[in-house]
Design a protein around this ligand. Structure first.
Ligand SMILES: C[S@@+](CC[C@H](N)C(=O)[O-])C[C@H]1O[C@@H](n2cnc3c(N)ncnc32)[C@H](O)[C@@H]1O
Length: 238
């Protein structure tokens, strides 16, 4: 059974992230594997931007960044270099189009297949013709093997797993973060997704050939297979 919840000091988002934890967490290199691929001075839409850790990095690299999140508390911490939009990814429909849409933080591993499709549709309806979509998935072998117990300690954060259970390709667990003298938890369910599953999902929503990036091939890059601007102008591409 899927569940999203969190605990610890401060507010938690709908998906169980702790605002105070993400607000204090520095950039930990999450975009390093794709940063150099983005065209210079792009307009970028980050889906699920949180407090702007990654968005701030993109802005500092010279991109114009709009961050979308359904947590007002997260958005209240965005730096002035990032424009925030308070909305759910599945419902947002901005009049602007972007050179790049980014779906980081393993949001694509949501257990609800309809929501996964809606995330990809959101990217499709916000891209300029020839724009590029990047998404990051969880390592499926990690989802299949992670066990309850200590996971790692790096960059001042201690990570542990609690309550790990599996049902088919679904993993439910609680991640425990200890940092800054505090303890936060995030409980979630994630669907393991092999490259082929993501490629099929992207193709269903009109994207062409997928290129995989990064040491473990967890970043997908895709462009719309044809120019959808005319459909969008007719209102037929929602
Ligand atoms: C794990 S946090 C990561 C935030 C940021 N990308 C980072 O790395 O610091 C995930 C964020 O996505 C947001 N989020 C998750 N699902 C969402 C949805 N369906 N619509 C809008 N925001 C969502 C959460 O509110 C949270 O702020």
């Amino acid at each position: 059974m899927s569940k999203f919840s969190g605990s610890g000091p401060g507010e938690q988002t709908n998906d169980g992230c702790s605002v105070e934890f993400y607000r204090r967490l520095p950039y930990l290199g999450e975009l390093d594997e794709i940063m150099g691929l983005l065209p210079a001075h792009s307009s970028v839409m980050e889906l699920g931007c949180g407090s702007g850790r990654l968005a701030a990095r993109l802005a500092a690299a010279g991109h114009r960044v709009v961050g979308v999140d359904d947590s007002a508390a997260m958005l209240s911490h965005l730096p002035p270099t990032v424009s925030g939009v308070h909305a759910s990814i599945e419902a947002i429909a901005l009049p602007q189009r972007f050179d790049v849409v980014l779906l980081p933080s393993h949001l694509i591993n949501h257990p609800d297949a309809d929501l996964r499709s809606a995330f990809v549709r959101c990217a499709a309806r916000h891209l300029v013709a020839g724009g590029v979509f990047y998404l990051k998935r969880h390592d499926p072998s990690w989802l299949r093997t992670v066990q309850t117990g200590f996971l790692a300690e790096r960059d001042g954060v201690r990570y542990a797993a609690e309550g790990v259970s599996r049902q088919g390709n679904l993993l439910t667990m609680t991640l425990v973060y200890q940092a800054f003298g505090e303890r936060w938890t995030q409980s979630f369910t994630a669907q393991a997704l092999e490259a082929e599953a993501i490629e099929a999902l992207l193709a269903e929503q009109g994207f062409g050939k997928v290129q995989w990036h990064g040491e473990k091939g967890l970043w997908a890059e895709a462009r719309l297979a044809h120019d959808t601007s005319q459909e969008r102008a007719r209102g037929g591409y929602a």
